[in-house]
Design a protein around this ligand. Structure first.
Ligand code: FES
Length: 262
């Protein structure tokens, strides 16, 4: 699924997260070594790195929040994982602030208690990073993996009653468009036989079919490979067991509409 917070197709959250991770890990080890060697310069560096890590963590959270609400498919296992990912990382940042307070600010000497708090924060940071990796490499959040010829990513927001969602010649054959229509996520797709529309949510675990691949009247979910016939929503290949809901299309005067009440 293409990231909603991206620069020329590159997800901004992924660009920013190395900074807080590097700064916060660096803060812990600078303080640890500074305490062992009684090196003031090192523990001052630890304090500054902790501040920089907290600030960059908050900055990285901005595009992450946009992706949480705009990119991760709702009502999916990926959404549950994204929620845990966010909570764990917020917990890590809060614990680094607590550790800073315990050690007496940026230039305060490191204390064993502050280091214990930061060690717990690093465990949370590692868990958050692990889940973030799963979100990218398994759930493909922010990964635009559509095959060549599928056309540009297309997404639009409309409201009823029966708005125009495309012109007849707007999409290429096998191209899909994610339509947000009255709170629903519906995929408008053009096949060799005309336009079709079906739910974006894969009934297996909630993957976004708009982020999958469509060819010869079949759409494949990007998460575990379930395949559905786009015209009637029938399952062609599992692991999904239930069909995808489809919608009627009205095409007249060069305009395409989705009939959600049908
Ligand atoms: S979510 Fe598992 S196949 Fe779609």
């Amino acid at each position: 699924m293409r990231s909603a917070a991206s620069f020329k197709g590159h997800p901004i959250h992924a660009m920013l997260i190395p900074f807080p991770i590097a700064f916060l890990v660096g803060a812990f080890f600078a303080d640890l070594v500074g305490m062992i060697w009684a090196a003031e310069a090192l523990w001052m560096a630890g304090g500054l790195l902790a501040i920089a890590g907290v600030v960059m963590g908050l900055v990285a959270a901005v595009p992450g929040t946009v992706d949480y609400f705009r990119t991760v498919p709702p009502d999916s296992t990926g959404k549950q994982r994204a929620t845990r990912h966010a909570l764990v990382n917020v917990g890590a940042v809060v614990l680094f602030v607590v550790g800073l307070w315990v050690r007496g600010g940026i230039d305060g000497p490191p204390s064993p208690l502050a280091l214990v708090v930061w060690a717990v924060a690093l465990v949370l940071l590692t868990m958050g990073g692990w889940m973030g990796g799963t979100l990218v490499y398994r759930n493909q959040i922010g990964v635009d993996h559509r095959y060549a010829g599928a056309g540009k990513w297309s997404e639009t927001r409309k409201s009823s009653p029966s708005p125009v969602v495309a012109r007849s010649d707007e999409l290429d054959v096998d191209q899909m468009r994610l339509v947000h229509l009255d709170g629903r996520r519906i995929v408008l797709a053009r096949t060799e036989d005309g336009y079709v529309a079906f739910d974006d949510r894969c009934p297996h675990r909630g993957g976004s079919l708009a982020g999958g691949a469509m060819m010869c009247g079949t759409v494949q979910c990007p998460w575990h490979g379930s395949q559905f016939t786009v015209r009637d929503g029938d399952v062609r290949a599992g692991p999904a067991a239930d069909r995808v809901r489809t919608y009627q299309i009205r095409e007249e005067d060069g305009e395409v509409r989705i009939l959600t009440q049908a």
